[in-house]
Ligand binder design. Structure first.
Ligand code: AMP
Ligand code: MN
Ligand code: MN
Ligand code: MN
Length: 277
């Protein structure tokens, strides 16, 4: 059976390894079909593709777009995109702008909470000045011993109601799906089990996404609990979505589920890659 991983990050967004190093890491973990899906950025695709081909892995060009839907931040993955598409690139550039100001505001709030110099601290982890992420702040808070781990950071800081939470208005669902489709890609709702949406709201998101031309949801992801694999397999089938699978890898030792240990998709779904090869 093909081992497929369609959700990974490099240091072009909030991962720690360079795109080519992620390709090597994925290959070493036994991946046959691999997508790099950096947040709001396609700058790593070229190097990732080159190294994937070198390793004999099939490469899928991808991106993970931050959107705001019903006041919630949701992530939409685009797969099989033409990363040179001008409209997609302009949309992503627009989505990235504002991250730096947000970073300063996060740091200001953390200073009030007794943690000085967090902007400079987080910046040490930033590989792409255009893409300062909460993850970079999280790594700094672990480094200075304020928190024991990255998940611990997101329980105590940087999330709604906690110090360092700065609401941000991202792209719209319609824009993100249209950028992806305009670039010849397939739109996928990333880790649907992670959003704080009621069942009704989640249904409305799925309906709207489908109406806009969205085709798939992630079912098996490092961001789901094992219980959620079956839940989202069933939902994929009832909404007529294809199913995707990806580790959401950011760094060796940092992920909830190791690259190599993520289970395959349940047998009852149609994989998003069913007609690719
Ligand atoms: P941002 O796009 O700057 O808002 O940062 C979002 C990133 O923070 C996600 O892509 C994850 O990498 C990370 N993140 C968010 N929530 C959590 C969590 N509960 N545990 C671990 N990482 C998280
Ligand atoms: Mn991330
Ligand atoms: Mn995500
Ligand atoms: Mn991700």
């Amino acid at each position: 059976m093909l081992k497929v991983d369609l959700h990974c990050h490099s240091n072009v967004s909030d991962g720690v390894l360079a795109p080519a190093a992620v390709a090597k890491y994925a290959h070493a973990a036994g991946v046959d079909v691999w997508a790099l899906t950096d947040h709001d950025e396609v700058g790593g695709i070229c190097a990732a593709r080159q190294e994937a081909q070198q390793q004999g892995m099939r490469f899928v060009s991808g991106v993970e777009i931050s959107i705001t839907w019903a006041n919630e931040t949701v992530h939409i993955v685009g797969l099989q995109i033409d990363e040179t598409n001008p409209q997609l690139q302009a949309g992503l550039a627009c989505t990235r702008s504002g991250r730096d100001n947000r970073g300063h505001e996060i740091a200001r709030q953390l200073a009030v909470a007794g943690i000085p110099d967090a902007y400079e601290g987080a910046l040490k982890y930033v590989g792409n000045p255009d893409l300062m992420s909460r993850t970079h702040f999280a790594r700094y808070l672990v480094e200075i011993g304020v928190c024991a781990s990255i998940p611990d950071v997101f329980k105590r800081f940087l999330t709604e109601g906690m110090p360092g939470y700065v609401p941000h208005c991202w792209a719209s669902l319609a824009d993100a799906v249209q950028w992806i489709r305009g670039a010849g890609g397939i739109a996928v709702i990333a880790h649907p089990g992670r959003y704080k949406l009621s069942q009704t709201a989640q249904g409305a998101l799925f309906d709207e996404f489908k109406q806009l031309g969205g085709q798939a949801i992630e079912v098996v992801t490092g961001s789901h609990t094992p219980d959620q694999y079956a839940v989202y397999a069933q939902l994929a089938n009832s909404y007529g979505f294809l199913a995707s699978r990806g580790s959401d890898f950011h760094a060796p030792g940092e992920s909830r589920v190791d690259f190599a240990l993520l289970p395959p998709l349940p047998a009852n779904v149609t994989p998003v890659w069913h007609d690719w090869f």
